[in-house]
Design a protein around this ligand. Structure first.
Ligand code: CA2
Length: 144
């Protein structure tokens, strides 16, 4: 049976490709889903891509990843990355490996983006490579 990789995206990432292309690039979230699905096919994996502007949805989906036996989670929690103890606790509470993903490199940006509750609980982080951050994180999953 093909193993499923959850790709969870947080607040405002539904606007990707429409605003601030100099920071986040031209690709929409649908474009990124397409790229991931193509690569996943080669790797024998399946992608379940989701986006929500609500913190609790991301928490529920992390629980669902564990409950459904997903292979791993790629998590771009958007701004919740820097604020959410609930996401920290949820990642700690599940055994499913979680990889933190960012389009930009938060460490090159404002001070408030330097702290990551997600990064403190995740297995690893890929950041700063635009849409390729997601692809690199998927490659990492295939090597786990
Ligand atoms: O670089 C990333 O992937 C971020 O997770 C993006 C978040 C930001 O708060 C994190 O610090 C780093 C912001 C996502 C907002 O996405 C937008 C997309 C297009 C236009 C405006 C916002």
């Amino acid at each position: 049976m093909t193993q499923v990789v959850f790709v969870l995206n947080g607040p405002n990432l539904n606007l990707l490709g429409m605003r601030e292309p100099e920071i986040y690039g031209d690709d929409t979230l649908d474009d990124i889903a397409g790229m991931l699905e193509d690569r996943a096919l080669d790797l024998g994996l399946e992608i379940d891509m989701r986006q929500s502007n609500h913190e609790g949805h991301l928490v529920d989906w992390l629980h669902e990843a564990q409950g459904s036996g997903a292979r791993a989670v790629l998590l771009n929690a958007g701004a919740y990355t820097h604020t959410s103890v609930a996401l920290y606790d949820a990642i700690k509470a599940i055994r499913t490996p979680v990889i933190e993903v960012h389009l930009s490199n938060p460490h090159k940006r404002e001070e408030f983006r330097h702290k990551s509750f997600v990064g403190m609980a995740a297995l690893g982080t890929v950041a700063g490579f635009g849409a390729s951050s997601y692809l690199l994180a998927l490659e990492a999953v295939a090597r786990l």
